[in-house]
Each structure stands twice: as C-alpha cells, then as structure tokens.
Design a protein around this ligand. Structure first.
Ligand code: CTP
Ligand code: CA
Length: 225
C-alpha cells in the first residue's frame, strides 16, 4: 500500500488547471490573442493526472491534446469565459494551477458586423479583463493551494514576488525569457519557483514535461504541509 501511495501521491485530489491563450473578439472574424501554445499547461495536467489527481483542465484555443484519459477538459475562448469556468470548479478544487496566458485587455465593444477598411488609422478601445488568479486568491479557503505564473522581462524575481503577494498565491512560477530555448512556443522552459517563504529555487532549462514534474513535486509538498 505504501508503494501505491508513493506512486499516486495525489490520488483523489481535485486539481484545476488552466492552459493556453485567450482570444478576445474584435468583430465576427477577428480577435486579439497571444502566442501561448498551451504546452506547459497540458504537460502539467498530464503529470498531475499521472500522479493520481482528478484533473479539470480549462483550455483556451489550442491544438494540444491530453495524454491522460482521466482529464476532464472544458474549452473556452475568452478571458471572461475562462473566469466563469474557473469559478464553477474552484470551490471543489484542492489546488489550482493557473498557467493560461490570459488577455489583460479586451475590446470595449465587439462590432456585430465585420469592421470595414476606412481611414489610415484605426483605434480600438480596450478595457481591462478580470484577473482570474487574483479573484481566486481573494476567495481562497484554508488548505487550498493556488499556483500562478509570471512572465517578466525586467526585475524578474521582485515582480514575481509582488504578484505572489498581490494575488495571495502559495507558489509562483517565474518564466525566464532570458535564456535561449525557453518560452511560449518552445518545448523547453526555464523556471524559478518562489513560495510564500519567498525562497526562490532556480531550475535548469529543461523540457516542459520535466518542468511540469518539478512544479508538481512542489505542489505535492505544499498539499502535504
Ligand atoms: N492572470 C489571470 N487573469 C488575468 C491575467 C493574468 O488569471 N486577467 C494570471 C495568469 O494566468 C498567470 C498570472 O496571472 O498565472 C500572471 O500573469 P502575468 O501576465 O505574468 O501577470 P499580470 O498580473 O497580468 O501582470 P502583467 O501582465 O502586467 O505583468
Ligand atoms: Ca498579463
């Protein structure tokens, strides 16, 4: 029995994961998006399921497929839809890992017809989206573990720590863009994990599958505390 436990440290633990980009509609045929591939979030969902977790995956538009059959996937398009889906599952989740690259701004109005080409300049008014992670952080109950990501290009560790505090997280995964080979579309990633004690652990550049294992090991440790 001890053997099964060590192989399935997350048996029956409910985990919510978000992955991929969001698309914010401008008109019926256009949107504002980003280059997130969804690979990191899908790798996390697969690893969590392999550790025995009951995984709900909320995915933005992506070509990724899960390896683990047990994963329950909900597809969404916009930041607002991702927020709704997360709020539906948050209460029952023991841990949430918000890996999605959520749009920070969305068009203030969606044109109901295709916008026609007119002047030399076009301005589209944007309004801020709701910060999903911050919303969940404000609702978090004792015992729930909330993990966020941070993408920074300067003052990386300090900005990541600011996000950890502002959003009431238990762990933040800082993505380093400095190292070649790491990033949105690549199969590799270089991360620094920072927990609430503000201890920063720097990891080597590795495949997103291996990075997912590092993150999950830390999540298992936080759940057991
Ligand atoms: N996030 C979110 N909802 C948003 C924007 C971001 O849940 N509307 C989450 C992301 O999923 C990620 C974390 O917040 O886990 C950090 O995203 P990031 O873009 O690095 O930080 P922001 O708080 O959006 O700040 P900025 O883009 O200005 O650095
Ligand atoms: Ca952002």
């Amino acid at each position: 029995a001890d053997d099964i436990k060590s192989k399935s440290p997350l048996a029956d633990v409910r985990v919510l994961v978000t992955a991929g980009p969001t698309y914010e509609a401008i008109d019926p045929v256009r949107f504002i998006g980003n280059h997130s591939s969804g690979k990191m979030g899908f790798a996390l969902a697969d690893e969590l399921a392999a550790l025995g977790a009951d995984v709900t995956l909320i995915a933005g538009p992506t070509a990724q497929l899960s390896k683990q059959k047990s994963i329950k996937r909900t597809d969404v398009v916009s930041a607002a839809q991702m927020l709704d889906a997360c709020l539906q599952h948050f209460d029952k989740a023991r841990a949430c890992i918000m890996c999605a690259a959520v749009a920070d701004y969305t068009p203030a109005v969606v044109a109901d017809q295709k916008i026609k080409k007119q002047d030399d300049e076009l301005t589209i008014a944007l309004i801020k989206t709701t910060d999903i992670l911050k919303t969940l952080g404000a609702q978090k109950r004792t015992g729930q573990i909330l993990v966020g990501f941070a993408l920074e290009t300067e003052n990386e560790v300090q900005y990541a720590i600011d996000k950890l505090k502002r959003k009431n997280l238990d762990l933040i995964v800082l993505n380093s863009l400095n190292d070649s080979g790491a990033g949105f579309k690549s199969d590799t990633n270089k991360v620094t994990l920072i927990d609430r004690t503000l201890k920063a652990t720097v990891y080597d550049l590795k495949s997103k599958t291996e990075v997912a294992k590092d993150i999950c090991a830390k999540v298992v440790e936080l759940i057991k505390k």
